[in-house]
Design a protein around this ligand. Structure first.
Ligand code: ATP
Ligand code: MG
Length: 300
């Protein structure tokens, strides 16, 4: 199938909930249990669709790399056990590892705390021609840091700069930063994997009961769950203030992992598909050079 056709077909795979103007965004308008047009027993069809989507992505990534003009930054944010890692793993499977880089952001180190909060993320921005993935990001600065004011207190900011407006200021700075990136050829797409509290409980219990999953369990995650409402309020505010035309948020239903993957793939294909990717054309002089090289090789 031709690439344009695949892109169009991928667009029909799933219609991701894309927020470009957050003013009216309400988290409760997106159902974490949604599976789009797919029924519960449609999983095989969904997997087939994902495979097709990944094939398209592989081709587009190759063109992105060859063109070497734009970079793509995909940011993933979610509550624990929402499936960030598995979405990243599945959606990026098959993509050339040379053209793709993943950075995970945990609680900042002492060195990181000695800098402004964007510093550590800027160091991991993708180069032109590459897809960069942020597994968590500077958005933690308006999520976990907002839910736990004691973290803000440890950030070594001058006291005079910590005002009631700090979250508003951070939203402003993040919007400006992403606009800057976009003006420099970096395509920014952000994903909030939206899982329900009930489904998170189920996944935590699986991590406790299944020895193969024990390593994933952390008691701290259960403590964070106690702040569910505050987190949801913080996520909603974050999306409302940082969804823009050039750097939209996708709110992805995450109770069914197989559906999450399709939605993420569809969104990435949509982003790549909007870039008018082509293999670079060579000049007539370069064409003559190629012909001469072929001739020389054949004459060996
Ligand atoms: P997993 O648990 O699936 O391995 P994870 O992304 O949850 O992946 P963790 O090792 O649990 O990884 O560490 C992430 C923790 O670091 C999260 O609780 C997150 O809120 C916290 N964190 C990330 N960025 C910051 C930040 N800027 N300030 C404070 N805490 C942060
Ligand atoms: Mg964790």
């Amino acid at each position: 199938m031709k690439l344009e056709k695949i892109i169009k077909a991928a667009g029909q795979l799933a219609r991701p909930h894309c927020v470009r103007d957050g003013d009216r965004f309400r988290l409760k308008d997106v159902d974490p249990g949604d599976t789009g047009g797919f029924g519960a027993d449609d999983k095989p069809r969904a997997q087939e669709a994902l495979k097709m989507g990944i094939d398209a992505m592989v081709t587009m990534q190759d063109m992105l790399y060859a063109q070497d003009r734009r970079a793509v930054l995909l940011i993933f944010q979610a509550m624990d056990a929402a499936g960030k890692d598995s979405a990243i793993k599945h959606v990026m499977s098959g993509v050339n590892p040379q053209g793709c880089q993943v950075a995970s952001f945990k609680a900042p180190s002492d060195e990181e705390l000695d800098h402004d909060y964007l510093w550590r993320c800027i160091r991991h921005l993708p180069e032109r021609g590459r897809i960069g993935i942020f597994n968590r990001s500077y958005y933690e600065e308006v999520l976990v840091v907002r839910v736990h004011p004691e973290i803000l207190a440890r950030e070594k900011l001058p006291q005079a700069l910590i005002s009631r407006d700090i979250w508003k200021q951070r939203f402003q700075d993040i919007r400006a930063f992403e606009r800057y990136l976009s003006r420099n050829g970096v395509v920014v797409r952000k994903f909030f994997l939206h899982v329900s509290r009930q489904e998170q409980k189920k996944r935590f219990l699986e991590r406790i009961e299944d020895p193969a999953k024990n390593w994933k369990f952390s008691a701290a995650d259960v403590r964070e769950r106690g702040h569910w409402k505050e987190y949801m309020a913080a996520y909603e505010e974050m999306i409302r203030h940082t969804a823009t035309e050039e750097a939209p948020w996708y709110v992805v239903p995450a109770n069914h992992k197989w559906y999450t993957r399709i939605v993420v793939a569809a969104a990435v294909i949509d982003a790549l598909g909007s870039l008018d990717l082509k293999y670079p054309r060579i000049s007539p002089a370069q064409q003559r050079e190629l012909a001469a090289a072929a001739k020389a090789l054949q004459a060996e």
